[in-house]
Design a protein around this ligand. Structure first.
Ligand code: SF4
Length: 332
């Protein structure tokens, strides 16, 4: 299975319950960024630029747990910055697992050995390891030699110890279809449980021209869609149709909300109008329909998975054909 069965069941129950309660704009994933500091400075990372003045800030533990309780999302993606540098990372992870939240730690893998001594495998815990292509490319993207080999060593260690491991790789303009295939085959051989392949996010604070434009996506994602037939790529087939340009999707930015030391970041993971003191304030200050319909200029080239996979999750069940494709995809 590409996604844990327990997570799929919990997610299905949660979405049904919120819809039954008449809610339209509810979160599915909380991107919890307890800090923005990192032990790398990767090409294309918007966070270390946007938050350079507050890079040393760390969220108090109670505030991080409180953010999860405040929004109620069943999936908590702990990211950053490098979340394994957060001084309360083990206690935060344990606290969220005790509350039966599905926790995903998005990491560059460098500090994993230290972390696994403190937190045992759990069906509620998985790791999402950032790996941007094969050795030479990855080490250039993260600007440090040896990090690719560390990632591979840590993936092997996590699998041996019984943790669930997935990877996250970003397709930039210069990423070749051949290298995408090479990495997917390589990670398949390592036995990773899932691979997420996404178009690079064009952060509003960055001006470099490394990101795919909408018209450049179809060719590269045709390749990804083909590979998804044989490998554990976790992008949904509906989202892949969107990336290759065969269908349109509206955005659902409220399904993935972001909380960092400055507050609730809105309107979405990618663009920042402000930071709000409470989850309720984020909602009352945001015109969700405006962003849903991609009217903002900053939405023009965006096909960010968190906005559009949220739409796919909310629409599950409305088309029998699409739903059957999704079930087959995840069970394979
Ligand atoms: S289209 Fe992209 S930038 Fe616009 S609201 Fe959705 S996720 Fe944010």
């Amino acid at each position: 299975m590409r996604v844990p069965l327990r997570q799929m069941i919990d997610l299905g129950r949660y979405i049904r319950a919120r819809k039954k309660a008449g809610e339209k704009y509810f979160p599915i994933v909380l991107m919890l960024e307890p800090l923005h500091a990192c032990n790398l400075a990767c090409l294309g990372c918007g966070r270390i630029v946007e938050y350079k003045d507050t890079i040393r800030d760390q969220m108090p533990l109670e505030e991080a747990i409180g953010a999860a309780e405040e929004c109620g999302a069943p999936i908590i993606s702990i990211c950053g910055g490098e979340p394994l540098m957060y001084k309360h990372i083990d206690r935060l992870t344990q606290a969220l697992i005790e509350r039966r939240r599905h926790v995903m730690i998005c990491t560059n893998a460098i500090l994993l050995e230290r972390f696994v001594k403190k937190v045992a495998p759990s069906p509620y815990l998985s790791f999402n390891i950032h790996i941007d292509w094969m050795r030479e490319t990855h080490d250039r993207v993260v600007d440090r030699p040896g990090v690719f080999d560390t990632c591979v060593k840590m993936i092997r260690m996590l699998k041996e110890k019984g943790y669930r491991v997935q990877t996250n790789s970003t397709i930039f303009r210069e990423t070749s279809a051949e290298e995408v295939e090479e990495l997917v085959r390589f990670l398949g051989g390592l036995g990773v449980d899932g691979m997420l392949l996404t178009p690079g996010y064009h952060y509003q604070v960055l001006t470099n021209d490394i990101y795919l434009k909408s018209d450049e996506m179809p060719y590269k994602f045709h390749k990804v869609r083909k590979l998804a037939e044989d490998y554990k790529i976790i992008n949904t087939p509906i989202y892949l149709d969107y990336l290759v340009g065969e269908r349109d999707l509206l955005c659902s930015p409220w399904t993935t909300v972001t909380r960092n030391p400055q507050g609730w970041k809105g309107p979405c993971y990618l663009i920042t109008n402000g930071h709000y003191k409470s989850f309720a304030e984020l909602h009352s200050s945001t015109d969700w329909e405006y962003y849903r319909t991609k009217q903002d200029i900053r939405c023009r080239d965006c096909k960010l998975h968190s906005g559009f996979e949220g739409t796919v999750a909310l629409d599950f069940g409305t088309s029998l054909k699409d739903s059957w494709r999704m079930v087959r995809h995840y069970l394979s």
